[in-house]
Design a protein around this ligand. Structure first.
Ligand code: NDP
Ligand code: 2IT
Length: 451
């Protein structure tokens, strides 16, 4: 990076940090994008004059609200709800809702910011947004979760709509929570529309939406592996997380011939030296999605597996690593272990799971590495396909949806190659995804005037 560009990045970041103090995840996400796109912006001075980057980092709107609810004993609780409507240059705001005790404004803004570029990469007409609450569904009864979702939606419904803002799931929000929120939306607005995605199949949902993020990450990984003449067949894969994304990434990698040996939650990880099977993945789905248990219970069912309390899976020898839990779950020490153990590919299923220091090490060692905004875009892309099916009042077969998903992931991979190939031939997927995602949003903003 030349001196002028470096100065631009440095002064932009110090202003951003001064204006948004303490929002460390948001700073991290902006810096990563800015470092990729700054040389592009500097070479197109009208983008500098139009202050596109200054506008892109400022949410169009942030909604923060009180969410009061009562537990099963009648005690009152108050949580905080958020919706960050980041950018609508390419379409209605689109992005998930996260229910997790760690949720704060910084996490909401980083996710909404990432979502803007991810949605642009999908090629579908979707702007970027994200929402959530510091409410944790863990340990709550179905009735408590329902009352919380109803209270959350009572406020949120004033700000969303099928042509305005279309939420979906994320951490802590799956089919059950989307159902309760959809029910309340429908009751208050008296309309049956596709305002949420991730809906049940009988009431407007799309086939393959639950599987799409994990499956899409594996399709993206297939394209990455192909650049080195490799496939999943016979590779050992470590997956973190055990929720929606992790379950389906593990399932698809296994179906493509890999031996998938780990899953985790925030308490620890399990290592199954024999690799997962369809039956074992079904056990995990039932454990996590129906019984809402912890991943350590896996070893009671399959005693040849081991549970490692308070550890992450990155010390396990593998060829391919797929972080599918949460932000900053793979740090420099983890990256060193992966590299030392011969891992040659890191595919992000989660949003921003790899720290900047770890990314530098992984890219420095020339591993294949894809950022979440490229490799996990299959989830929101299939949400986009759900919106299309809702609009035309049709229901596509899983083969049709899968074909679209395959094409979208392959197109995103092509875009990364186009904008991310370095002089030595190394594909810098971070640079490629950021520039490709940015160009469309920036041009649309320029076209639409100063709004
Ligand atoms: P789920 O709630 O289904 O699963 C989350 C998993 O991550 C759980 O195993 C959870 O463990 C673990 N986890 C959550 N927080 C932490 C933490 N602080 N430390 C360690 N582990 C943690 O969520 P999803 O699978 O939907 O989401 C996983 C990731 O994928 C997130 O980054 C999300 O933003 C991203 N993503 C999701 C998409 C989707 O369609 N659902 C689309 C694109 C990206 P525990 O039970 O202990 O909390
Ligand atoms: O991070 C993400 O892309 C998601 N949680 C999915 C969003 C969506 O609207 O399907």
């Amino acid at each position: 990076m030349d001196k002028f560009t470096q100065n631009y990045v440095d002064s932009f970041m110090s202003e951003l940090i001064a204006k948004n103090p303490g929002e460390k995840e948001f700073h991290q996400a902006v810096r990563e994008v800015l470092e990729s796109v700054a040389p592009y912006i500097v070479s197109y001075p009208h983008l500098l004059d139009l202050k596109i980057m200054e506008r892109i980092v400022e949410p169009e709107r942030v909604i923060m609200f009180r969410v009061p609810w009562t537990d099963d004993k009648g005690e009152i609780h108050v949580n905080r709800g958020y919706r960050v409507q980041m950018n609508s240059a390419l379409g209605p705001y689109k992005g998930g809702i996260r229910f997790h005790s760690s949720v704060n404004l910084s996490i909401m803004k980083f996710l909404a910011f990432e979502q803007t570029f991810k949605n642009s990469l999908t090629t579908l007409p979707m702007g970027g947004g994200k929402g959530g609450s510091d409410f944790s569904p863990r340990g709550k009864s179905d009735n408590e979760v329902m009352r919380f979702c109803q209270s959350f939606m009572t406020e949120l419904q004033k700000h969303i709509g099928e042509n305005t803002d279309v939420p979906a799931g994320d951490i802590g929000v799956g089919g059950r929570e989307v159902g309760y929120m959809f029910g309340q939306y429908k009751r208050l607005r008296d309309e049956f529309t596709g305002t949420l995605t991730g809906k049940g199949l009988a009431w407007g949902g799309s086939l393959l939406r639950p599987e799409a993020t994990g499956y899409g990450a594996c399709y993206f990984a297939q394209a990455m592996l192909a650049t080195r003449g490799k496939t999943f067949d016979g590779q050992t894969v470590c997956v973190s997380g055990s929720g929606n994304v992790a379950q389906h990434a593990a399932q698809k990698a296994m179906r493509l011939g890999a031996k998938v040996v780990t899953l985790s939650d925030s308490n620890g990880y399990i290592y199954d030296p024999d690799g997962f099977t369809e039956e074992k993945i079904d056990f995990v789905k039932n454990l996590k999605n129906v019984r809402r248990g912890r991943i350590k219970e896996y070893v009671s069912e399959y005693p040849t597996a081991k549970y490692f309390e308070n550890e992450r899976p990155w010390g396990v020898k593998c060829d391919i690593a797929m972080p599918c839990a949460t932000q900053n779950e793979l740090d420099a020490e983890d990256a060193k272990k992966l590299i030392a153990n011969g891992c040659f590919c890191v595919v992000e299923g989660a949003n921003m799971p790899t720290t900047p220091e770890a990314i530098a090490l992984i890219q420095g060692a020339k591993l294949l590495y894809s950022p979440g905004k490229a490799s996990n875009a299959g989830g929101v892309a299939t949400s986009g396909l759900e919106m299309t099916q809702n609009s035309i009042r049709q229901h596509w077969t899983s083969e049709e949806v899968d074909e679209h998903l395959h094409r979208i992931m392959s197109d995103i991979h092509d875009a990364c190659i186009k904008y991310g190939t370095e002089e030595d031939g190394y594909i810098n997927y971070v640079k490629g995804a950021n520039i490709a995602g940015f160009i469309k949003v920036a041009n649309a903003m320029a076209d639409q005037g100063l709004v």
